[in-house]
Each structure stands twice: as C-alpha cells, then as structure tokens.
Write a new protein. Structure first.
Ligand code: ATP
Ligand code: MG
Length: 456
C-alpha cells in the first residue's frame, strides 16, 4: 500500500500503483467494532449496499497539465481516479433499534431544507424500529441544562417540510465538546445527527473523537448544511438550488427598479462568505447581471479599470446596470472591526452598502447622479422552503444519514458526489471551504454572459 500526499485528501491510499492512479477516501472506524458481525437488518430496503461499494468521484483525463480547468495532482500523471464510499442501507447493522436513543440537532444559520432533512431522519429511524427520537433545541446550546429536548415522531414531523426554518431552532456558540458529551451520556443518546456547516461539523468531529476517547458506542453523523455550496468534493449541498432560484427573484426586482429609473443602478448582495457560487449561478440563471463580484476574484472600485468606471459606461450605453456581489467579496475595502459572532466566526463588513455608497458618491462627484438601489435578500432566501430539487436531495441525505449510523459509522457526513450518494469522513470535507476556480470554464461562461471586463 503506497501512500500519497494529496493537498486536499489527507487520508488516502492507492489501490493501484500503476497509472491511471487510483485514490480512495478511507471510512472512519465503525463505532461498534466489538460486534464484528453486526445484527441482520430486519427491514427490507429493496436491496442493500455492500460496504466495499465505491463511487467514482472523478476521472479527468487531460492532454496536457496546463489544460484549462484541469487540476493536476501529479504532473507526470494525466489520469487520476478518486473513489468514495457509497451510501445506503447495509445488510448488517450495529445497533438494536430498541436500544437506540437518537437525537437531532441543527446549528449555525438557517438554510432551506433543514425541516426536510429532520423529517426524513425521523421517518427512517421509525422504519428501523427506533421509538426514542428527540430533537435538541437551538443547536448545541440545547445540550445545556435549561432547555428540554423535543420528542419527535412521524406525527410531529409529518408536515414540517411545508415551511422553511428549523423546527428545532438554531444557534451559534454553546457548551464545549466535553460538556456536550457529558450531556449525551446523561441523556443516553447513542445516535447523534448533526445538521450544520463547517463549524457544526468541526463540533461533530470533536464530539465523535470525545466519544471514542470515552469508549462510548455513539454514532455521530453529519448532514452538511451550507447554502454557499462551499463543501469540498460534493456536487452541491442542500438549499443551494433554492437559494439560486430565490436570488434570481431579487435580481429581477433590482433589474426592474434599475431599468425603470433614470440612470438606475441596482445592487444585489448575495450569500457567499468565501465562495461566489450563489452569485455566479444566480447571475448565469438570471441573465440580468452586468457585473458579478465574488470573493475569489480581486477587483478595484475606483480607477480607469474599476467597477465604477464600467458602471458609467453602462449608464451611457444601456441606460441602467445591475451589480451582483457576494458577501465575502471586496472585504479589503472595508475597515476590519475584529468583531466575532458567538461561534468565533469573523463578522464581515457590508460590501453591498459600501458599493452603494461609493457608487452614489462617484456619480454625484462627476456631476451626473445615478439612482442607486440596494437589495439584500439574504434572510428572505435563508428562510425559504426548499424547492423540489432540494426537497429530493434532503430526502435522500436524511435517509442515508440514518443508514450510515445503523451501519456503525461515526464521524462521517453524507453527500452527493458525481451524482451518487456517498459517505465521507468529516475531516476531509471541512479542512477548508470549496471555492470557485477563477480559471474554470463556468466562471468564464459567467463573464461572457455579463460582458464585464477585468477590474484590476
Ligand atoms: P453556517 O454555515 O451557518 O455558518 P456553521 O455550522 O459553520 O454554519 P457556526 O456558527 O460556525 O455555524 O458553528 C455552529 C456550532 O458549531 C456552534 O454552536 C459552534 O460553537 C460550534 N463550533 C464551531 N466551530 C467549532 C469547533 N472547531 N469545535 C467545536 N465546535 C465548534
Ligand atoms: Mg460556518
């Protein structure tokens, strides 16, 4: 077994030594390894998934290491395969349903689809025969003493997906990992389903480690919740599709406002702390954006090649303009406050407001004012109900989270990779956020669509 060091896969092994190279993401240790044979699963899941099943994550074949969009891991190798573990029900399970107490917790910010995932986890647990299912209220905070757990059943969750938000409530901050595990021990929780972003998953991973340290037979399974779609290796995360669809509505309103005004400029700020996927996709989908600004691509506002000069040109030639900016873009223009939220995340300055003010000032200073309107649809988007495509994604992820726990896996998260549903070890997917590649074909398609120049 030859080990390779890859920049973005920390624990991989080569299945084959010859080219094409093959890499596989290792699963975390099953939690009940002392019951090596497991119990036969009573349920009929219309076929089981073998533990050795793999999903091909990607095969890229490039004719030269410099091909556009090609990610060259080894310059001597032009063909790389990466494999991950297939998700789904296993024939042998490592918990007796009557001994399970399952808990679900949702942390971080809201994202369309949270209720859909909660609902499917509860329904699937009940099909396995689990009777004791609880919701932890308000994120990890709910592990404190003062908040009571919420009993969950199919009856309770039947219609929760019809509205946005989280039935359980969300929060940032809360007790430390050791206190959380103390509380889980006290409550007798042996399956924990954690819905949240990178912070929540870091927490879930730490809870998994602490449970292993204390030799508790607890399965900790995550479902990645990030509206920004910034999780490594995954095709997309739930809520992203809905966010793009809703963002389009905000862009359309900004377009109508700008188009109907004399020298109108619309500015829309969208989510995306470190990656501009929502801004790019919404710009591509709407076809109404003239300037798309994302965290991955530096830009100037002022100067001969700045955004403002381009807006002047657009007003002269088209009469109006619409700008879409991701929240993490252009943070270098804003004064650093060092403010942090309860989870320790840096609070960003408002780039949307900054661009609005600079735009107003610029056109006033040149003696030809513009009518600038700013829309920040963030909270309207986050609170939406999941659309059809996200509803389906949530359903499959929720079901697979439960199958993963029953299969005895812990410290894992579920996702969709290369159109297949898979289990991934948490540390591999949260080591850093997935960002948009400014050299990718998709970003260049976006630039072609907006017609914007480089702003540097
Ligand atoms: P969002 O995408 O909405 O920001 P998130 O999961 O990243 O979601 P955070 O507020 O960063 O949201 O974290 C959620 C929870 O995870 C908080 O309760 C926080 O205390 C906890 N948490 C964050 N980072 C860690 C960590 N490194 N170890 C343990 N717990 C953590
Ligand atoms: Mg986060």
């Amino acid at each position: 077994e030859q080990r390779f060091h890859l920049p973005h896969l920390t624990d991989v092994y080569a299945d084959a030594m010859s080219y094409p190279s093959t890499f596989c993401l290792r699963m975390r240790t099953p939690v009940n390894e002392d019951f090596a044979d497991g119990y036969p699963s009573d349920e009929k899941w219309h076929g089981y998934i073998n533990n050795n099943d793999r999903v091909l994550l990607k095969v890229i074949r490039y004719s030269s290491p410099t091909s556009a969009g090609a990610e060259c891991i080894d310059p001597n190798c032009t063909w790389v395969e990466q494999w991950v573990h297939r998700a789904g029900p296993r024939e042998k399970i490592y918990y007796k349903p009557e001994n399970v107490k399952a808990a679900i917790v949702t942390c971080g910010g809201l994202c369309p689809g949270l209720n859909d995932v909660i609902r499917q986890i509860v329904i699937t647990l009940e099909i396995y025969g689990v009777k004791n299912i609880v919701g932890i209220p308000f994120g990890y905070r709910g592990f404190g003493k003062e908040l009571a757990e919420m009993p969950l059943s199919r009856k309770v969750v039947q219609n929760v997906h019809l509205s946005g938000g989280s039935l359980l409530g969300v929060s940032r901050g809360g007790p430390n990992v050791s206190e959380i595990v103390d509380s889980m021990e006290e409550r007798g929780i042996n399956m924990l389903f954690v819905l949240g972003g990178n912070g929540t998953h870091a927490g879930a991973n730490a809870i998994h480690d602490e449970c292993r340290k204390r030799q508790l037979k607890v399965a900790v399974v995550g479902v990645p919740k990030t509206i920004d779609n910034d999780i490594l290796l995954m095709d997309k995360t739930f809520g992203f599709d809905t966010a793009v669809e809703e963002a389009q509505r905000a862009i359309n309103s900004a377009y109508i406002e700008a188009h109907s005004a004399y020298r109108g400029i619309g500015i829309v700020k969208l989510m995306g702390r470190s990656s501009g996927f929502i801004a790019m996709q919404a710009s591509l989908a709407s076809g109404q954006i003239d300037v798309c600004l994302i965290p991955e691509v530096p830009f100037h506002l002022h100067g001969p090649h700045g955004v403002l000069r381009h807006l002047k040109y657009l007003l002269e030639t088209k009469g109006s303009a619409v700008v879409c900016v991701a929240e993490g873009a252009g943070q270098n223009f804003l004064e650093k406050t060092n403010a942090k939220d309860a989870s320790g995340n840096i609070v960003f300055g408002d780039i949307g407001v900054h661009i609005q003010q600079e735009t107003k000032k610029y056109f006033k200073d040149i003696g030809d004012p513009a009518d600038v309107k700013y829309i920040d649809p963030t909270y309207m988007i986050r609170a939406c109900r999941a659309n059809a495509s996200d509803g389906i994604l949530c359903t499959v992820l929720g079901q697979n989270a439960v199958h993963g726990a029953f299969a005895g896996y812990s410290g894992i998260t579920v996702g969709i990779c290369n159109t297949h549903y898979v289990y991934l070890p948490i540390p591999e997917v949260i080591s850093y956020p997935k960002v948009l590649d400014p050299n990718s074909r998709m970003w260049h398609r976006c630039l072609t669509s907006t017609g914007q120049p480089d702003f540097v």
